[in-house]
Design a binder for this molecule. Sequence first.
Ligand code: EPU
Length: 313
Amino acid sequence: MTMPAAAATEIAEVLARRLESPVSTGEPLARFTTFGLGGCADIFVNVASLSDLKTLRETAWEAGVPVTPLGDGSNCLISDLGVRGIVIKLSGEFLVFTIQDCEVDSGAGVGLSRLVAETARAGLAGLEVVYGVPGSVGGSVYMNAGTRYGWTSDTLIDAVSVRPDGREEVLSKDDLEMSYRHTRLQDMNPAPIVARARFHLRKEDPSQIKARIAQMAKARQASQPLQNRSCGCMFTNPEGDSAGRVIDACGLKGLSVGDVRVSEKHANFFVTGNSARASDVRALARKVQEAVRKQAGIDLNLEVKLLGEWPDE
Ligand code: EPU
């Protein structure tokens, strides 16, 4: 199912008139995701400026059309049926960051790995705790992305966001109510879209920061299936435990649905083959959740965000 073609065309035409950013219809989204799965967006916009983001949101709000930001497509599962309404990716001015003393002001579209590398090179420590987490700065704020070494909330000062009605709003760290893999943005529907974020870092010898990054890279290489297509960890860790350890202890490594299976290297990763479908990933997640509930009495929650149409949710 898609938006009626006439309605999608009409809104796409209004957006094309009002925005400088390119607008398309029926855009396949799989190539924008780390899983490489999912259907099409009714309307797709590569938003290149804050002013376009505001106009886009205002236009969508007035027309009652949902807007879904894609980030780096790394922590999401897009339905095979695609995403209704407008899907956006941030480009242009959202891919720029500046460093002044210990403060970094970054566009939400900047890749975390790039920002970690550049701040380390500049002798600024703090962001390297999220080294290796795939995703964009906007996604890391939305998810409060992190590793066992620390979280995005450790260094975030505030974020510029664009509300559903198109108005700009600065959200402080307190406003965001950040906890493990969670912010208030995840409870809001529709939520403000993060456009920029400011971080406060501390000065340190670049060689020391780089040494820590090298250590993290080695550990990650040894424990995670980085050579396969995945979307990082599928489930959040239950309090005081690790979802990977629990799934492994339940003997579920190698369990599969279609061309998707629980990684033998790290059980909280699902890895995919060429004929995988998003519905297989969802079905495997349910199977794992049911088995873990039955065998270990633990409820695993999806870390991965389901985007688009999921009729059974
Ligand atoms: N373990 C197993 N079997 C497995 C996987 C893990 O027994 O198949 C055990 C490990 O031996 C270890 C424990 O579980 O004793 C924890 O494993 P790991 O060190 O890999 O950490 P994790 O809790 O599974 C978390 C984050 C990762 C992050 C790593 C490293 C979550 C859900 N995951 O994983 O983040 O990379 O720490 O800091 O919080 C992600 O969010 O996408 C992600 C991969």
